[in-house]
Design a protein. Structure first.
Length: 104
């Protein structure tokens, strides 16, 4: 490592001690900068996670639309069948006739 530092220092025109101090300062600056970047990245990740967890789903997906539509159609068909049956038709007719007798 010392040979490497010495050779690079000579190539840069610096003494071994000056180049070693330069490397230490660069390493310290890198640690401080990368620590700042890590904390900012961590902060952004936490923020996005909180947004994703607290945001309610805006609506149904395509598969949910299909299932919901089929269920609504089945329920509408069932209600139509019940309302048009003879028993319900008789009850509705009796209810309307009773209301007309009370009114007039």
């Amino acid at each position: 490592m010392r040979k490497w530092i010495g050779k690079l220092g000579k190539a840069a025109g610096l003494t071994r001690q000056a180049f070693s101090a330069f490397l230490r300062a660069g390493a310290r600056l890198w640690r401080e900068t990368s620590g700042g970047l890590r904390s900012r990245a961590r902060s952004a990740a936490v923020q996005w996670t909180l947004i994703a967890r607290t945001r309610a789903e805006a609506g149904m997906s395509t598969a949910e639309y299909a299932v919901g539509t089929i269920a609504a159609c089945a329920f509408a068909g069932l209600l139509f069948k019940i309302v048009t049956s003879g028993e319900v038709r008789g009850m509705m007719t009796a209810l309307i006739q009773k209301a007309l007798k009370l009114a007039g």
